[in-house]
Design a protein around this ligand. Sequence first.
Ligand code: NCD
Length: 324
Amino acid sequence: MTENSYDIPSYLHRDLLGIEGLTPPEISYLLDRSESFIEHNRQADKKLDILHGRTVINLFFENSTRTSTSFELAALRLGADVINMAVAQSSVRKGETLIDTAMTLNAMHPDILVVRHSESGAVKLLAEKVKCAVISGGDGSHEHPTQALLDALTIRRRRGDLSALTVAICGDVLHSRVARSNIHLLNTMGARVRLIAPRTLLPSKIEAMGVEVFHDMVEGLKDCDIVMMLRLQKERMAANFFPSAREYFHFFGLTYEKLAMTKPDALIMHPGPMNRGVEIDTEVADDYGRSVIREQVEMGVAVRMACLETLGLRNKDEAQERAP
Ligand code: NCD
């Protein structure tokens, strides 16, 4: 378990800021490593010493429940020391710039920084200024790489090879970093990606990302293997993007009626948190024959362990090489 069984380092970046630009072997490597932690996480004794002595700082500038908890658990289970920096109480609230925050963090010598920020690009900026490895926990509406990896792991365990699948991503694509990371990952791994959304909730020229676009659920869901629902991100909406939640549910909410269009065994996914009765019918969400929403959360911890291990160990190896 603690041994890295790969002879050649298969993930060569210092950071994990997005899925865009990763190769199929890099993605497969992270998924394979994640796989090795799943059974381990189901045991009573979950503590490993892979990252013993390493310091992980969680820096969440934006609210998060499952992502921050999952990173914290992952780091603790690998034996790292973890600090959750409460941004609300930190000097960031007093007007400190991101660059000053980076300088402060550098002086504390963390090994890995996990960052979530409401501005697209802010995590990258911080990564350029800090000396340690950075993992993105989501930046604005840009990318959320570990969510795409955990989604891929969930799908791969249920359906095997991703390249044989048609995946429909439905809802508020415009504001969704989850959608963007999933499009990159699924395309890279050879799956077919469809987007289903009202015109107002789709970025312009999104077809250029190599997806098929639909504005009608019944058409878009036809013969899909996987249905990924997205949360309607009201907190990112400055204007009215749809008439009412009721109308939205009527046209774009996932119900059994619309689900009848997919393959009979299609899986239902949602990154959470869910707006029940808005983007997904509550019974569909809780249909554990088909809904893998709980599994996604479980896979999240394994994926974050794999990402922390990969970046943390690589730094350790480098440090050892430099040692006299
Ligand atoms: C997602 C996020 O924060 O981008 N949630 C998550 O990480 N579990 C999706 C969302 O907020 O809708």
